[in-house]
Ligand binder design. Structure first.
Ligand SMILES: Cc1cc2nc3c(=O)[nH]c(=O)nc-3n(C[C@H](O)[C@H](O)[C@H](O)COP(=O)(O)OP(=O)(O)OC[C@H]3O[C@@H](n4cnc5c(N)ncnc54)[C@H](O)[C@@H]3O)c2cc1C
Length: 433
């Protein structure tokens, strides 16, 4: 692989000579940019990839907690989201879906490990995924220029001029913008891609962080900090249940985390953006009804009437959540014998166990988010080519677009699919003018 540092103030241009002609420049060496580069180069295009960090694919390394949840066996439409109400967004996934992704990566050397619906590389190391992408890019002589932050992009005469932060320019026939969103800026994504595309006439729908920890002012979060419970979790916005998920919830000093919380965080983040009230309701006993819960409590009281109210729950609840549950149910004097509990107190406890409620004030934001929702308006892009409908010979891939997926491999799949299609499109009819 040709990896160069960008030279300060240098101008690289196929028109001015002195530098190899680049037919395709890809801005952003993340998941979608690397796949686009490989696909275009396999089809004979001379590809140059510009990456602002010192190495490509840094974000890939942290995906799936370092294991890289590469895709999902069930790529269903209801796992993808956009703010566009009418535009079908599944085209790229249908075109380059699970089977195609499996074949693509298997050919690169990645064996798939399927856990439920989630798919990981058999090595369970995200580095393997990045390694095979880099090795293939190297084999194909993709030129990778690192430490190049692109700050401007404009069309001049018969090609694109791409301007780096240090004033250097690059020229190419076709450009793919693969700059990602704004999640986890330390991994390279600070939203510059939106500005580049806005200046070219694209509309950017409101962005917000998703797949992220939720913030709650509930005092019980701090009391239960570090505790995990398996529970059914609902999110309500303005009193209406919007979505439900099941899994392990982690209580933290400032709120809630864990897979179901991440899954519902899109709704919390959007509610915050729209200044709507949101709350999370946790059912600690999803398999039994409210009435069965009340009966269960009476049975436990009958078995050990001498135990205190607090002791009544030992063996039923994690020890660290007993007092918070009782406080939330406004039970006082929890040291008294449980046989003293009145019916309405038992009813309040059962209500809390079936719906422990946490107001949600927002999320921990882009810094901690895995993905950005919102972005380049999707109906301004031809999803069969990933070509911009606003500018000629411009293609857009991945998270910078207004499409996001649930937690579970859906976002990388969107990056692989759109990268593949753009890579094919830029090399479809030959790239030379
Ligand atoms: C902690 C974490 C865990 C995740 N885990 C998973 C998971 O397991 N499964 C899953 O499906 N998804 C996961 N995701 C989401 C997934 O990584 C992204 O959706 C995906 O990488 C987006 O691909 P992309 O090509 O659009 O952008 P990215 O992969 O983010 O790449 C964009 C690249 O562009 C570069 N860049 C940005 N601006 C410029 C510029 N102006 N000039 C030059 N270069 C620029 C960046 O440095 C970056 O390298 C995770 C994300 C995070 C943060």
């Amino acid at each position: 692989m040709l990896v160069n540092k960008a030279a300060y103030g240098q101008s690289y241009s196929p028109y001015e000579g002195g530098y190899s002609v680049k037919e395709v420049v890809i801005i952003g060496g993340g998941a979608s940019g690397l796949v686009a580069a490989i696909v275009a180069a396999r089809r004979g295009a001379k590809v140059c990839l510009l990456e602002r960090l010192s190495r490509v694919g840094k974000k890939i390394l942290v995906t799936g907690n370092g294991r890289c949840n590469i895709t999902n066996t069930q790529l269903k439409a209801n796992c993808y989201h956009t703010s566009s109400e009418v535009y079908p967004i599944m085209g790229p996934i249908e075109r380059f879906g699970y089977e195609e992704t499996k074949t693509f990566f298997e050919e690169l050397g990645i064996a798939f490990l399927v856990e439920g619906q989630k798919v990981y590389p058999c090595s369970e190391q995200a580095t393997s995924v990045l390694d095979v992408l880099r090795m293939e890019a190297e084999r194909l002589q993709v030129e990778i220029l690192t430490d190049v932050k692109v700050t401007d992009l404009f069309y001049k005469k018969d090609g694109w001029q791409i301007v780096g932060e240090q004033g250097q320019t690059y020229a190419s026939k076709k450009v793919i913008v693969a700059t990602g969103g704004m999640a986890n800026a330390s991994l390279g994504c600070d939203g510059t891609g939106y500005n580049l595309l806005k200046r070219l006439g694209h509309q950017i729908t409101p962005t917000f962080p998703i797949l992220v920890h939720m913030l709650s002012s509930s005092p019980y979060c701090k009391m239960m900090m570090g505790t995990k419970v398996k529970a059914d979790v609902k999110i309500e916005v303005e009193g209406k249940v919007m979505r439900e998920d099941y899994g392990e919830v982690l209580f933290t000093e400032d709120g809630l985390s864990g897979p179901p919380i991440f899954q519902l965080s899109r709704i919390a983040s959007r509610a915050k953006l729209e200044k709507q009230s949101a709350k999370v309701v946790i059912d600690l006993f999803k398999d039994i009804s409210y009435d069965e819960m009340v009966s269960l409590l009476y049975e436990r009281i009958a078995r050990h009437p001498e135990r205190s109210i607090e002791e009544l729950f030992i063996g039923l609840l994690h020890k660290r959540i007993i007092v918070p549950v009782l406080k939330a149910a406004t039970i006082v004097q929890i040291g008294r014998p449980c046989e003293n509990l009145e019916y309405d107190e038992i009813a309040r406890i059962a209500t809390t166990l079936k719906g422990f409620t946490f107001p949600v004030e927002g999320t921990r934001g882009y810094k901690y988010a895995q993905v950005t929702a919102g972005g380049v308006k999707i109906d301004e892009v031809d999803l069969s080519t990933m070509g911009s409908l606003k500018a000629k010979d411009l293609y857009i891939t991945g998270e910078v677009l207004d499409v996001d997926g649930d937690c579970g491999g859906y976002n990388l799949q969107w990056a692989w699919s759109t990268g593949f299609i753009a890579g094919e499109s830029v090399s479809r009819n030959g790239v030379k003018a």
